[in-house]
Write a protein that binds this ligand. Structure first.
Ligand SMILES: CC(C)=CCC/C(C)=C/CC/C(C)=C/CC/C(C)=C/COC[C@@H](COP(=O)(O)O)OC/C=C(\C)CC/C=C(\C)CC/C=C(\C)CCC=C(C)C
Ligand SMILES: Nc1ccn([C@@H]2O[C@H](COP(=O)(O)OP(=O)(O)OP(=O)(O)O)[C@@H](O)[C@H]2O)c(=O)n1
Ligand SMILES: [Mg+2]
Length: 171
C-alpha cells in the first residue's frame, strides 16, 4: 500500500466518527442527557449542549455512513457485519468521548460552548479509535496522521458551521 493511499484509507476508516461528531450540530436539541441535573460541585453534569437527540442522531448517522461505505468498498471491511460493528463503535465512541469531554469541562467550571483546546479536537477521536480497536484498527502511522490532521478538520468544520449559522461560536 502506497503512502498516500494509506492516508486516504485512514480518512475512510474514521469517517463515521467524523459524521457522528458533526451531526448533533444539525440534529441536536431537546432533552439534555443529564436531565438538567447537577454534580456534587453544584454545576451541571454535562450541560445543555449534550442532548439525547444529538447523541442518538449522531450514532445513527455515523452507523448509516458505515453501511454506505461497505457497499462502496466491501473489501476494506470484509463483511457487512464488520462494517456495521466498526461504524457503530466509531460513532458511539466519538459521542461518548465528546460527552466525557463535557463532563470534564463542567468540572473545570467552563460554561457550555467554551473552548477546551485539545479536548474538543481530539477527545472524540481517541475515544472512537479505542472503542473500534477490537474490530479493526489502523497502523501507527495512520493513527498519528489522524491525530495531527483532525484538529484542523475539526476547526475547519466548526468555522464552516459557524459561517452557515448552524453554530453560534466558530469552535
Ligand atoms: C483541511 C482544513 C484545515 C479544513 C477543511 C475542513 C472543512 C472546510 C470542513 C468542512 C466539512 C463540512 C462540510 C462539515 C459539515 C458541517 C458541519 C455539520 C459541521 C459541524 O461541525 C461540528 C463539529 C462539532 O464538534 P464538537 O461537538 O466536537 O465541538 O464537528 C467537527 C467535525 C468533524 C470533526 C468532522 C467534519 C465532518 C465531516 C467531514 C463529515 C460531514 C458530516 C456531516 C455533514 C453530517 C451529516 C449529517 C447528517 C444528519 C447525516
Ligand atoms: N450529544 C450532543 C452533542 C452535541 N449536541 C449539539 O451540538 C452542539 C455543538 O456540540 P459541542 O460543541 O460538542 O457542544 P457545546 O455546546 O460546545 O458544549 P460543551 O461545552 O459541553 O462542549 C451543541 O451545542 C448541541 O446543540 C447535542 O445536541 N448533543
Ligand atoms: Mg463545543
Amino acid at each position: 500500500m502506497g503512502f498516500v493511499s494509506s492516508l486516504l484509507w485512514a480518512f475512510w476508516y474514521i469517517l463515521p466518527a467524523y459524521v457522528a461528531n458533526a451531526s448533533p450540530v444539525l440534529v441536536g436539541g431537546g432533552r439534555p442527557i443529564d436531565g438538567g441535573r447537577h454534580w456534587r460541585d453544584g454545576r451541571r453534569v454535562f450541560g445543555d449542549g449534550k442532548t439525547w437527540r444529538g447523541f442518538i442522531g449522531g450514532v445513527s448517522a455515523g452507523t448509516l455512513v458505515g453501511v454506505i461505505q461497505y457497499f462502496i468498498t466491501p473489501g476494506f471491511y470484509g463483511t457487512l457485519k464488520t462494517a456495521l460493528m466498526l461504524a457503530f463503535l466509531l460513532s458511539f465512541g466519538a459521542l461518548l468521548g465528546d460527552l466525557v469531554g463535557s463532563f470534564f469541562k463542567r468540572r473545570a467550571n467552563l460554561p457550555r460552548g467554551a473552548p477546551a483546546i485539545g479536548l474538543d479536537q481530539l477527545g472524540f477521536l481517541i475515544s472512537a479509535l479505542a472503542l473500534a480497536y477490537p474490530v479493526k484498527t489502523l497502523d501507527s502511522g495512520q493513527i498519528i496522521f489522524l491525530l495531527v490532521v483532525s484538529p484542523f478538520i475539526h476547526w475547519g468544520a466548526n468555522y464552516f458551521a459557524y459561517r452557515m449559522g448552524w453554530k453560534s461560536v466558530p469552535w
